[in-house]
Design a protein around this ligand. Sequence first.
Ligand SMILES: Cc1ncc(COP(=O)(O)O)c(C=O)c1O
Length: 383
Amino acid sequence: MDLEDTLLMMPGPVPVAPRVLRAMSKPMINHRSAEFAAIYDDCREILADVYQTKNDIFVISGSGTAGMEAAVGSVVESGDKVVAIENGKFGERFKDLAALYGEVVPLEFEWGTSVDLELVKEKLEAGAKAITLVHNETSAGILNPAAEIGKLAKKHDVLFIMDGVTSLGGDEVKVDEWGVDIAVVGSQKCLAAPPGLAMVSVSEKAFEVMNDVKKRPYYNDLKAYKKSGDKARTETPYTPAIPLFYALQEALHIVKEEGMEARINRHRVLSEAVRAGVAEMNIEMFPQLNEYSQYSNTVSAMKAPEGIDGEDIKGDMKKRGIIVAGGQAHLKGKIFRVGSMGNVTARDVLSTIQGLEIVLKKRGCLDGLGAGVEAANSVIDKL
Ligand SMILES: Cc1ncc(COP(=O)(O)O)c(C=O)c1O
């Protein structure tokens, strides 16, 4: 398999632009210097637009999970109640983090089903310090109601911690308007940078809370990031992954050149095209929506057709040079997922739908070729 000629259609890592790869080959610099500060400031400025926030934003050298741990660990300590909403793998991760740092109040929904806001209200009425939500639950391809959770969190004066790992940079996220106190994104998803960086926005309220938390994580302490980020010549508390910062800066310039409105529209149209294509192949979407949830605009989760293992679809697609994702944990084999995030193009989506048609026809669950591609293409025409 030629790894230089493979189409990554998974929900991260995503293909990165050649200019982003080239940026990583620049010389190392002093990370406590005006040169590094300029890169960090530039990244934070563009990220503020992505996040739609005036809050502070920090860049942690670590993957998305490091950002999730920084978020929970910096404001939650032993005895603090955290309502952890779970309808997929990453909601479960927040639950585990909440249990590690504080006292978890689990609010579990079957993976891929919608969050019941009435139950959220009940849990918040009982009192809590924070609530966690995964905005775009990648494991199940469902977009959760962040704005509504934000309203409830505000009403009950509870910190709202949101995983925007696969929504920020690809779908609409309004951190200030929704009242998100801490929001996390990973570099290798919609921002189309390499893996290894986590960006975290932090509200004034969250900083106030942090001041009273005695046992915070060491490496992932957001208070330490604030102290270094507030210096006249901005820094990170520990040595940053400089090549990844170069790459992030270049990737964010691509985001800025495209503009967030166009970028969000492209993600929405291309994921709708994936859904239209698979619907034509009689493949069912996995999420069960209610009035407050939507299909993800960055990753589509589909049920494997009757009698076929989702892992086999993934394997057959890989043989064609297209990497899609399978299901995680108990969903392994039952679903498969197609990412359409980052710099994804119409050509990528059409190649994937065409590949799926061939794979499914070979496995005897499709009669002819072309209907899926045609359906996807008619959506793509909106771009
Ligand atoms: C929604 C969501 N949250 C968190 C993570 C974890 O990110 P990482 O693997 O970068 O630690 C992922 C990764 O796929 C994700 O999709």
